[in-house]
Design a protein. Structure first.
Ligand code: SF4
Ligand code: FES
Lengths: 249, 228
């Protein structure tokens, strides 16, 4: 199929960007969206133009690196899907596809479609961990955990930190991401020792990074490639409320 | 962790919205219940008596101060949150994300709230200020007591079609504001149990329809002469 692409080009964080139109031809419907971009980039290199910068790594939907806002939706039109797993059969011959970077001041554009998501790393560093004693690994089954809790924790742990939730949210809030990171540890006994300090510190870091406050619209849930549920945000709120009411310092 | 830290954090700010919001919801229950007395069709006797009780008893008077505090906190915090949240994305998208996962009214709480505020200003000027400060004509109850005839004030106010239309618009804004606000408030205070969430969502939508509808029917009833 032949397609028109309207892609955001921006030299670096400091310069102003703008859209540029490209045309790609003979694209197979079996290609992934990123492979289609590879074709375009080869074309640009041949023409002596600067290829388009975009983030990617695993290309199998598990790392969270890819990040394009395609036709009005992070990761494109499919549900529960990442950009790298979006295939060209989602489009029709002759379509014009608009591709933008994640938009949030906390995710400044580095170049073209690549944004700086290190804010997420700093949120994780602020509390997204558990302390483990050194020595022999404990038998995985030594600690009984209710099945439902284990399942809910696992569902929250699916978050790949892609930032699509921030990109979709009208408040640029990172609350779905944060709630997933807080929930998957809060639901397990291993997460208990740092339970209160975790939520307090991670939220403080999120606010410091310049993300907005959640207004429970639900936009994030609809775009999340890992279908992280809004329920996690309510759990995060409860974790925070309990921590702030019972904090002793 | 200081209280200041709690209430200036993003969740703390939402907590203020939720707690004041839930208090305002409770107030609406009292307000709609009391006003429903106009439909007793007893020439306003029951309604005037109830309104007089609320105005002369010390407990509602103290709650009234809290109510206004709550309203203003809700308004100021709401506007501040809106402005702050908007400032987090300086460059917008060329293609809008649209309605995916969210309802238009959940994204328009500030606009709906502004319509409500304008409505309240008119509403306070018509009823609350006269009954508190500038005075309302008195009427004698069947027990001989002389009280404010708020019933007559309602009847006279709602003879004007424009006023009735503005009240209906106000009530529609209230309905949509509640359709999101009711559930959102409970999420913010941390309710994440599936069974309770289902219940809250059902009660929330029910409340958002029934209460504003009951309020809207009051001016309509007077205008169409359904009460006397
Ligand atoms: S919650 Fe979903 S959308 Fe947000 S970072 Fe995690 S995987 Fe991505
Ligand atoms: S490149 Fe790893 S999830 Fe898309």
């Amino acid at each position: 199929m032949n397609l028109n692409l309207k892609v955001w080009r921006q030299k670096n964080t400091a310069t102003k960007g703008g859209f540029k139109l490209y045309r790609v031809e003979n694209i197979s419907s079996e290609m992934s969206f990123l492979e289609m971009f590879d074709v375009l980039n080869e074309q640009l290199i041949h023409e002596g133009e600067d290829p388009i910068t975009f983030d990617h790594d695993c290309r199998e939907g598990i790392c969270g690196a890819c990040s394009m806002y395609i036709d009005g939706k992070p990761h494109g039109p499919w549900q529960a899907n990442t950009t790298c797993q979006l295939h060209m059969r989602a489009f029709k011959d002759g379509d014009t596809i608009v591709v933008e970077p994640w938009r949030a001041n906390a995710f400044p554009v580095i170049k073209d479609l690549m944004v700086d998501r290190t804010a997420f790393d700093r949120i994780i560093q602020a509390g997204g961990y558990i302390s483990v004693n050194t020595g022999n690994a404990v038998d995985g089954n030594a600690l009984p955990i209710p099945k439902d809790d284990a399942d809910a924790s696992f569902a929250a742990a699916m978050c790949i930190g892609c930032g699509a939730c921030v990109a979709a949210c009208k408040n640029s809030s990172a609350m779905l991401f944060l709630s997933a990171k807080v929930s998957h540890l809060a639901l397990l006994p291993q997460g208990n020792p740092e339970r209160k300090s975790r939520v307090v510190n991670m939220l403080a870091q999120m606010d410091k990074e310049g993300f907005g406050a959640c207004t429970n619209t639900g936009a994030c849930e609809a775009t999340c490639p890992k279908e992280i549920s809004l329920t996690n945000i309510a759990r995060l709120n409860q974790e925070y409320l309990v921590a702030s009411l019972t904090d002793n310092k | 962790m200081t209280w200041k830290q709690v209430f200036t954090s993003s969740i703390g700010k939402k907590l203020v919205m939720a707690i004041t919001g839930i208090s305002l919801i409770l107030f609406l229950v009292v307000h709609v219940g009391l006003n429903a007395c106009i439909w007793a069709n007893d020439g306003g006797e029951m309604f005037n008596r109830a309104a007089n009780f609320m105005g002369s008893n010390v407990v509602p008077r103290i709650l009234e101060v809290g109510l206004f505090g709550g309203i203003f906190l809700h308004i100021i915090q709401g506007y501040m949150l809106t402005v702050q949240n908007r400032s987090k994305r300086s460059i917008g998208y060329a293609v809008d994300y649209g309605n995916r996962g969210s309802k238009w009214y959940s994204r328009s709480m500030a606009i709906l709230g502004t319509l409500l505020l304008l409505f309240f200003i008119m509403h306070w000027k018509q009823f609350w200020i006269p009954s508190r400060f500038t005075g309302v004509d008195e009427v004698q109850l069947s027990n001989g007591k002389s009280v404010h005839n708020l019933y007559a004030l309602m009847r006279d106010t709602f003879q004007n079609l424009w006023v009735v239309i503005l009240y209906v618009i106000g009530c529609i804004s209230l309905g949509y504001h509640l359709a999101h606000g009711f559930q959102s408030a409970f999420r913010t205070i941390g309710v994440h149990n599936n069974r309770y969430n289902k219940m809250i969502s059902a009660v929330g939508y029910g409340f958002a329809v029934i209460v504003p509808l009951a309020f809207a029917m009051m001016p309509v009833s007077f205008y169409l002469g359904w009460v006397n």
